[in-house]
Each structure stands twice: as C-alpha cells, then as structure tokens.
Ligand binder design. Structure first.
Ligand code: CDP
Ligand code: MG
Length: 139
C-alpha cells in the first residue's frame, strides 16, 4: 500500500461552491495536498478517465456530467492513502454513505456524488497522469 492517492471534486460540488470546504475536510482527515489543479476535462479526457465503465448504461451520462463544468483534481498524501480516502469519501450513493463522509455531506445523487476517489495504487497513478505531469506532484 502506497502513500499517495488521487481525488477529484466533481462539477456538482464546484458549482455548489463546496470545493474549499471539501478540500479542508480532506486536510482535516489527515491528507496532505501534493498536487492541485482546477480545470475542465474534454469529452476525450473524461472517457479515458472512466474507461473501465465503458459500455455501462451510465457511461454516457457520466461523461456528460463530468464535462459539464470545472473539476478540481488533487494528489493526496497519507499513510495507506487509497483505503483511507475511500473511507473518508464514503459509498457511491450519498444516501448509503456513512454519516460524516464527504459524499454524505455534499453528494446529491448516485451520479452527482461530489467527489472521486481512486480504488487502487495502480489506478491512482493512471488517473493522476490524466491530470498532472509527474513534475507537478510535490513529493
Ligand atoms: O466512484 P465509485 O468508485 O464509488 O463508483 P463507481 O461504481 O466506480 O462509479 C464511478 C462513478 O460513476 C460514480 O462515482 C458516479 O459518479 C457514477 N455512477 C453513475 O453515474 N451511475 C451509476 N449507476 C453508478 C455510478
Ligand atoms: Mg470506482
């Protein structure tokens, strides 16, 4: 298990002006922000990012949503970062997410659930490379 993971504050949470609160939530949970970028993904970027879900019924609406406005991408550092962030973020469906998790606090629906968290060290690296050059990661 590594000390780095990747997160992305999704367009719904940025539109709702909750991104600073969410970043602070992550810092309060013990993560250190080692790379940070606000930008708009192209359709192509979003399709690459969610390639594992290609063919599923929610793929197209998900790509549409993820390109509907700016996102905030970040690389986070903490011991056992991947598992720790998944815990902090909560279940995919905000209604099923534990009290106090980011999705429970800020998510609106299964799709518009405020935040992404990588599910493995390998995927974290693949995902952050869509958003950052290695030189942008301050470790
Ligand atoms: O993000 P997480 O790993 O918890 O869930 P996922 O199953 O890997 O799905 C990726 C993302 O697709 C979710 O976070 C939702 O934004 C979206 N999704 C959706 O739009 N409709 C679904 N039925 C399931 C997921
Ligand atoms: Mg996933």
């Amino acid at each position: 298990m590594g000390n780095l993971t990747f997160t992305m504050i999704k367009p719904d949470a940025v539109r709702a002006n909750n991104h600073a609160k969410i970043l602070q939530h992550l810092v309060d949970a013990g993560f250190r922000i080692v790379a940070l970028r606000m930008w708009c993904m192209s359709r192509n970027d979003a399709m690459r990012f969610y390639a594992v879900h290609k063919g599923k019924p929610f793929f197209e609406p998900l790509v549409e949503f993820m390109t509907s406005g700016p996102i905030i991408a970040a690389v986070l550092e903490k011991e056992d970062a991947v598992a720790e962030l998944r815990k902090t973020v909560g279940a995919t469906d905000p209604e099923k997410a534990e009290e106090g998790t980011v999705r429970r606090l800020y998510g609106a629906s299964v799709r518009q659930n405020a935040i992404h968290a990588s599910d493995s060290d390998e995927n974290a690296r693949i995902e952050w490379s869509i958003h950052f050059d290695e030189a942008d990661i301050m470790v």
